[in-house]
Design a protein around this ligand. Structure first.
Ligand SMILES: [Zn+2]
Length: 493
């Protein structure tokens, strides 16, 4: 399949690496042309740009083209208490609480179950549940990937959700009382009113099976299920919404992402041929303002790497000035990231989503910054902690899980880690079947601060290629991973 476009910005190449001139009419592979159109590098004939400056302009044109606008959400989870069977799934709801299907407050494009809590209600209450073995259970089920999406007008009214699944009388049962813990960086996403929160059955670093708490429960297609909580009295009427209570589908394959920061000259000299030999995509975060200084690439070298015909080098956004976030000055930093979007598009010629993926300078973030990043149209963010919950990315693409702004970094490539440590970290990605990031900076003959030895990189890339060729992992760029998750067009590997 091919599409025809008019080139708007110089510096791009066609699928054979030949230069494209401004004003030229170019007919090429769908993916490439759509990707250039999406990045405002070219206009597909008949689909001119709107004039607003939003990062994701002309969504309606995209829809008309049959291009995804981020709506391909993986909603293939298995509902234990589905909204379309409300009478059944609210059979055990405590007296005084009212349940209804809410077609206005949606989750991932689906109606939700709303539970109205009158002012002054307190104490242990079943929020939702069947009164017999009539809840839906996938069979077989390994007792993992249990997840609840919940939101509330006032999150202070409940501390946790106690989830119980068992036989008709619950004499044989599993239970997990899941608290609203936040990301290990200390930000408690779940305590924001009117935002979705995801309670996944596991810790920050590993998944967990729901535990047996009585008898010997056996998985069956129909079982009794409920969730309960201890309500704290509120002076106002409050509402709790359940987006879904169920089992997330397994990820298809463990995913490894190599993500490097700051634009070092060693990327151009050493990483480029190494990555191309082993065919390993590398996500490279660029701070436009520091290119050409010290031991960094020049603008011309960065431009060349971004346009490399291997499509292995995904350029991500590290802010223009490498600006650390100062508490309360989120807008200033978002503006610096936006400035870098323009620099990467106009000066480096970067096409695709790369500049919409943020790498926070110094890993410094705030809850307010995630909210502003979302509003500005950025897609994901990376700092530097492991978080298994966000490495289970089946909810990230819903657009409602702010965990996409705190990706799962499982290893840092510098003098604090050996090649053995990093291989063990990749083993963990495989074991947990998650998406995990390896975060690097510079390379040299020996490891040091923000520097990993060249031999380590050689061994790592060889190891990743071996695992990929054996079919045990996939190795992707950040842009490709997120595009595959959401159905966005993407030219990077
Ligand atoms: Zn940096």
């Amino acid at each position: 399949m091919s599409l025809t476009c008019t080139i708007l910005i110089p510096g791009r190449v066609d699928e054979y690496g030949r230069g494209l001139r401004v004003g030229q009419e170019y007919t090429g592979p769908d993916d490439l042309v759509k990707s250039m159109h999406f990045a405002k590098v070219a206009e597909i004939k008949g689909f001119p740009y709107s004039t607003d400056n939003s990062l994701e302009a002309h969504l309606s044109e995209h829809a008309a083209l049959g291009m995804s606008t981020g709506a391909a959400v993986p909603t293939g989870w298995f509902d234990i208490l589905p909204y379309w069977d409300l009478t059944n799934v609210s059979g055990d709801t405590a007296a005084g609480l009212t349940t209804s299907v809410d077609y206005n407050v949606t989750f991932a494009g689906r109606p939700t179950i709303r539970i109205d809590v009158p002012a002054g209600t307190s104490g242990a209450k079943a929020l939702l549940g069947t009164s017999a073995a009539t809840a839906y259970i996938p069979n077989p089920w390994d007792l993992k990937n249990l997840c609840v999406a919940v939101r509330c007008t006032n999150t202070a009214i409940f501390p946790s959700l106690s989830q119980t699944i068992g036989d008709a009388t619950l004499a044989n049962r599993w239970n997990k009382d899941k608290t609203k813990e936040g990301h290990p960086d200390g930000y408690s996403f779940p305590n924001r009113n009117n935002e979705w929160c995801f309670l996944k059955c596991g810790s920050a670093t590993a998944p967990a099976a729901i535990a047996v708490t009585a008898g010997s429960p056996v998985v069956a297609n129909r079982m009794r299920a409920k969730f309960a909580t201890t309500l704290t009295s509120s002076a106002s009427n409050e509402s709790i919404w359940i987006g879904f209570f169920g089992i997330l589908p397994s990820r298809k394959k463990p995913t490894v992402i190599v993500s490097m920061d700051d634009g070092y000259l060693t990327w151009y000299d050493f990483i480029r041929p190494l990555a191309k030999y082993y065919n390993i995509p590398v996500s490279m975060s660029i701070a436009g303002g520091i290119l050409g200084t010290g031991n960094k690439m020049s603008i011309a070298q960065a431009r060349e790497l971004a346009a490399d015909s291997s499509r292995l080098f995904d350029f991500n956004n590290h802010s223009y000035s490498h600006l650390y976030l100062v508490a309360g000055k989120e807008a200033e930093q978002i503006n610096d990231f936006m400035l870098n979007v323009s620099f990467m598009r106009d000066t480096l010629g970067v096409i695709g989503d790369g500049p919409l993926h943020m790498i926070y300078p110094g890993g410094v973030t705030s809850l307010a910054q995630y909210a502003q990043a979302k509003t500005a149209g950025f897609l994901t963010g990376r700092k530097n902690q492991p978080c298994w919950m966000h490495g289970q990315d089946q909810t990230l693409a819903s657009g409602e899980d702010d965990g996409r702004f705190v990706q799962n970094v499982v290893a840092v490539l510098d003098s604090t880690t050996t090649i053995g440590d990093v291989k063990t970290a990749v083993d963990g990605i495989e074991t947990r079947n998650e998406v995990g990031i390896l975060e690097g900076h510079n390379s040299a003959s020996a490891s040091a601060v923000d520097t990993w030895s060249r031999q380590n990189y050689e061994e790592l890339f060889a190891d990743l290629a071996t695992r990929r060729d054996a079919g045990t992992v996939e190795v992707k760029s950040i842009s490709r991973w997120y595009a595959d998750l959401t159905g966005r067009p993407c030219y990077q590997l």
